[in-house]
Design a protein around this ligand. Structure first.
Ligand code: ATP
Ligand code: MG
Length: 404
């Protein structure tokens, strides 16, 4: 007997009152996106629960995917059986024989939402309990915390049996908190920052800066692969690539080396903010964390931040590097992040960038540049691709491979 469907319990949704159906529908679309690699799977979202119908898809693989999707509290695989007492009895006996190990206790929890069914839940518990004793005479019934709690649900269309309750990822369905622009480099920190934003329901569009020909197509592909790792938490992601080449050349030619990093970062921030406005994002998310490097002092953050009043979420700002690495390993981005590809920020980087840049000085140097024109041309240069779950994405990787 194979599982026919997976019953989904929602997470923190209950606190959301009248927005509830909106939340549930968002979660449904996210599940559909993530499970789009299983073409036969069908998702239905009701007010209290969701149902993923397997239609022959591999239960194990689907279950592994469901464990990652934010907004799911728990889920239970179930068997769908005919609504006839002999069939139900037989199924209960089969399932119990399969999962019983010596010494285990059990109970049957029946629920009848189809009130026209000939037995009520009390009668069902008794009849099916006896059926279990017929095939496993040594088993003990126990009402409080039994080893096996076999749930029998009589619904209009069929009867469902389930006994497992698998913990989901929790969090909020991606997209229910609005949209933010994730500044994604090829590093360790920004994918983790993206993951943490997704966890609280923020959907993300990725903004990635490249400086061809100084940065290679391999470096771009690395960023694609990092973004792909984030799809499994809540669905497809728009990946926006922006060229920083002209800006970086201008900065290198016209401003002091010690301020190159700060001024470059201010441009990245301005451009990201312009894209955010165009695409109706609410916040910017980045992977900045407090540390020893020049871009990571509070003084530096302050000067970079000064170009916008848009809220900037820095999910990893106070985390230790080791904590960030642990999360990077958990979400499977670490091995990609440590691949040695150049980032646009490192190509012209001076040996000793300013750790305490002064805003008034930066403003003087920036007067040498056509800020508006440079930002506008960078925004015009952007290209967008949609990063989807794995099977389709493999085509994308292949496309890039062919391109290389
Ligand atoms: P990461 O590990 O994410 O690269 P980091 O610790 O190396 O972070 P920085 O290199 O100072 O820190 O970058 C700070 C943040 O700026 C990054 O986390 C990212 O959000 C953003 N950033 C840096 N480079 C790029 C890039 N090429 N494209 C988009 N965003 C970038
Ligand atoms: Mg970096």
């Amino acid at each position: 007997m194979d599982y026919s469907e997976i019953m989904i319990r929602y997470g923190e949704l209950s606190t959301k009152g009248k927005n509830r159906m909106q939340f549930i529908n968002k979660l449904k679309r996210n599940i559909e996106d993530v499970l789009s690699v299983f073409p036969d799977v069908k998702v239905i979202a009701e007010r209290d629960r969701g149902h993923v119908f397997l239609n022959g898809a591999d239960y194990q693989a689907v279950s592994e995917s469901l464990k990652e999707i934010f907004g799911i509290q728990a889920f239970s695989p179930s068997y769908k059986i005919k609504k006839e007492m002999p069939v139900i009895k037989q199924a209960v006996q089969d399932v119990m024989t399969k999962i019983y190990k010596e010494g285990m206790t059990f109970k049957i929890t029946s629920k009848r939402s189809d009130h026209s069914f000939e037995f009520d839940s009390c009668e069902l518990n008794q009849i099916l309990g006896s059926a279990v004793f017929e095939v496993i005479p040594d088993i003990k019934a126990q009402m409080k915390n039994p080893d096996i709690d076999l749930k029998v649900e009589v619904r209009d269309e069929a009867v469902y049996l389930s006994y497992e309750n698998i913990k989901g990822a929790g969090g909020l369905p991606v997209g229910t908190s609005g949209k933010g622009m994730l500044m994604l480099s090829g590093g360790i920190d920004s994918p983790v920052a993206g993951y943490l934003a997704l966890k609280r329901g923020v959907s993300i569009e990725v903004v990635h800066f490249a400086s061809p020909p100084y940065t290679s197509p391999g470096s771009l592909r690395k960023a694609h692969e990092l973004a792909r790792k984030l799809v499994k938490f809540g669905g497809n992601i728009q990946f926006i690539e922006v060229s920083l080449t002209e800006i970086q050349e201008e900065i290198k030619n016209k401003t002091p080396e010690a301020y190159l990093m700060t001024i470059t970062r201010r441009f990245m921030m301005r451009i990201t903010d312009a894209i955010r406005e165009k695409r109706r994002g609410l916040v910017i998310i980045n992977g900045e964390s407090l540390g020893q490097v020049a871009s990571q002092t509070l003084e530096s953050m302050q000067v970079i931040n000064a170009v916008t009043s848009t809220p900037i979420i820095r999910p990893v700002v106070t985390m230790d590097k080791l904590e960030i690495i642990q999360l990077a390993e958990k979400i499977d981005t670490f091995d990609i992040s440590i691949q040695p590809f150049e980032d646009c920020c490192t190509i012209f980087a001076p040996d000793r960038p300013k750790t305490n840049p002064k805003e008034h000085k930066v403003e003087v140097y920036e007067k040498r540049l056509d800020i508006e024109g440079l930002v506008a041309r960078a925004v015009e240069s952007l290209s967008i691709i949609e990063i989807t779950s794995k099977a389709k994405e493999d085509n994308l990787t292949q496309m890039i491979d062919n391109f290389l």
